[in-house]
Design a protein around this ligand. Structure first.
Ligand code: ASP
Length: 325
């Protein structure tokens, strides 16, 4: 029997208690996905979604997100189907809503969607019975990335409340930044956004109303952003979203020189600060190879958490809540 759909379009759909429930559920799946040597050797095979169907509908490229949703669904026993934009009938003129409705008519339980238009996931959620999970819509949001980031931080820092997290780079075009601002603020962290003025949207600290107004600070120098930070989250320049923009400042070289994370600039952060990146990284641009491969980087741990968190998110979407064991 289908449950009432539990969409996940935005972090705004979740209150702090629901986020913590998802973090706790991902914790339970962690031993089965971890490659750190602390996990069990056998990936856990669960059956909570046996007989259910998860459709990955991706209109934009993806390595980590799509693979981890597929793995997560399979580890829960669901049947999975992957559809990419180029192989779908939208290339023949079918609307996004019609495509989604057709998939819904085949009794999909969850549709995981990535699209270049902000709002695409919400449009689909309004027109189907399946639960819709936003896997990235334009520069709007990427909620499961923020949830897996929160899980990674909690694992490495034991808490989120009161932490100083700096998000550095192309904030203007980043859905990862928007979802993280909302999620981290709900969990009690303080957030600094650090970018050149041309890559910092005016009023970004208002994105979550009073909550983020109080918790978000905007800075324009890397040293100010990194100073005393517990967590450093680097962003890629989303060149695919800057095409056609009149102002292309800074260019890659300038950005790397003024906002790139190197061993030298990382020294401004706390000595035990962790370094994160949602991927794909542009080595030598926003992050040096030494830092990316260094002892403080938790970038591959984020990838592993992606599978655990997406298991939790899929259970919530299909069953109405995360399983308790
Ligand atoms: N993978 C992330 C996203 O889909 C970040 C990026 O592409 O730079 O938004």
């Amino acid at each position: 029997m289908r449950c009432v759909p539990r969409h996940l379009v935005s972090i705004a759909d979740l209150d702090a208690a629901e986020i913590v429930r998802l973090l706790d559920a991902a914790d339970r799946y962690w031993p089965s996905v971890s490659t750190s040597g602390t996990g069990s050797d056998e990936p856990v095979k669960k059956t909570s979604l046996r007989g259910r169907t998860v459709i990955n509908l991706f209109f934009e490229n993806s390595t980590r997100t799509r693979t981890s949703f597929e793995l997560a669904a399979k580890r829960l026993g669901a049947d999975t189907i992957n559809i990419s934009g180029s192989s779908s009938s939208t290339t023949k003129g079918e609307t996004l809503t019609d495509t989604a409705r057709n998939l819904d008519s085949m009794r999909a339980d969850a549709i995981v969607v990535r699209h270049s238009y902000g709002g695409a996931a919400e449009v689909i959620a309004r027109s189907v019975k399946a639960s819709v999970i936003n896997a990235g819509d334009g520069q709007h949001e990427h909620p499961t990335q923020a949830l897996l980031d929160a899980a990674t931080i909690r694992r490495h820092k034991s808490r989120l409340d009161g932490l100083e997290v700096v998000i550095v780079g192309d904030v203007a075009h980043s859905r990862v930044a928007r979802s993280n601002i909302l999620c981290l603020a709900k969990l009690g962290a303080r957030i600094r956004l650090c970018a050149p003025r041309t890559l910092m949207p005016r009023g970004i600290e208002e994105i979550g109303g009073e909550l983020t107004r109080e918790r978000v600070r905007v800075v324009f120098r890397l040293e100010d952003g990194l100073d005393g930070a517990d967590v450093v989250m680097m962003l890629r320049v989303q060149n695919e979203r800057r095409e056609g923009e009149a102002c292309q400042f800074p260019n890659t070289r300038e950005l790397s020189r003024t906002f790139g994370l190197s061993e030298r600039t990382l020294a401004y952060a706390k000595p035990d600060a962790i370094v994160m990146h949602p991927g794909p990284m542009n080595r030598g641009v926003e992050i040096s190879p030494q830092v990316a491969d260094g002892p403080r980087a938790v970038i591959l741990s984020q990838v592993s958490w992606g599978v655990a968190m997406r298991m939790a998110v899929l259970e919530r979407a299909v069953l109405g809540d995360v399983a308790l064991s």
